[in-house]
Write a protein that binds this ligand. Structure first.
Ligand code: Z5A
Ligand code: MG
Length: 214
């Protein structure tokens, strides 16, 4: 506490294509931060455990599941809105949140589809807590194909991934709190860079009010 005010936690997001190593890095990041005496918690989107999460899980796993592109987009967004109060309470309590995907996945995967406007895709995210830092893990197609787990879920094909990558780079250019991370290195090398940047950011924002997505 400083002058009666608890330092807030930082909101840190890890984004990137399929198999870029987000989940691996996020899990390690929470452990690394705890070793640095930082209170940290992992959150994953989609959160498949909630009501909307169960619908999303079905949509991703079952390609026969026909759901309008706008409708599924709103479900992914609702899945984040369901978590807002919880996120804010934790951040207020001084806990740093490490998010494995967030609004930018929502925007990038939907806007990559035919007849989906980028602006429309951004709209339902307005008002959600704004990340203090976004890591974009980048990996070439060749590198990602070498990694295990080329899944069978929706979007897990080269063409979809290429389009999503384009939207990600557009979002990266529009925002000043994004850092591009070369994910084609060892797990340890990538982790080292992420930890260092997180520690700096946590200190930088601890007394700064949390922003909202515009
Ligand atoms: N989606 C959406 O449309 N709208 C939204 O709002 C949101 C999401 C939030 C499910 O996401 C889908 O939902 C996703 C976007 C869409 N569709 N796609 N594609 P998800 O997060 O549940 O699943 P995913 O991210 O696609 O897959 P992933 O397999 O979890 O990727 P990852 O987390 O980035 O990778 P990983 O699991 O950490 O690593 C993959 C493998 O590589 C694994 O065997 C690791 O051991 C290995 N690995 C990791 N790092 C390295 C390094 N550095 N070297 C070598 N090998 C490594
Ligand atoms: Mg993952």
């Amino acid at each position: 506490k400083i002058m009666g005010q608890i330092k807030r936690g930082a909101l840190i997001v890890v984004e990137g294509l399929d198999r870029s190593g987000k989940s691996t890095q996020c899990k390690k990041l929470v452990q690394s931060l705890e070793k640095h005496n930082v209170k940290a918690k992992l959150m994953c989107f989609p959160d498949r455990s909630t009501l909307t999460g169960k619908l999303i899980d079905e949509y991703l796993k079952n390609k026969e599941c026909k759901l309008n592109d706008h409708a599924i987009h709103l479900l992914f967004s609702a899945n984040r809105w369901e978590n807002v109060d919880n996120m804010k309470a934790l951040l207020d309590d001084g806990v740093t949140l490490i998010l494995d995907r967030y609004s930018y996945s929502g925007i990038a995967y939907s806007a990559a589809k035919k007849n989906m406007s980028l602006d429309w895709c951004k709209y339902p995210e307005i008002g959600l807590p704004k990340p203090d830092l976004v890591f974009l893990l980048t990996l070439s197609n060749e590198e990602s194909l070498k990694r295990p787990g080329f899944g069978t879920e929706r979007y897990e094909n080269v063409e979809a991934q290429r389009k999503v990558a384009k939207v990600y780079s557009q979002l990266c250019n529009e925002n000043d709190n994004w850092v591009v991370i070369n994910a084609a290195r060892s797990i340890e090398e990538v982790q080292k860079e992420l930890v260092q940047k997180c520690i700096e950011k946590i200190d930088e924002v601890k007394m700064v009010p949390l922003g909202v997505l515009q």
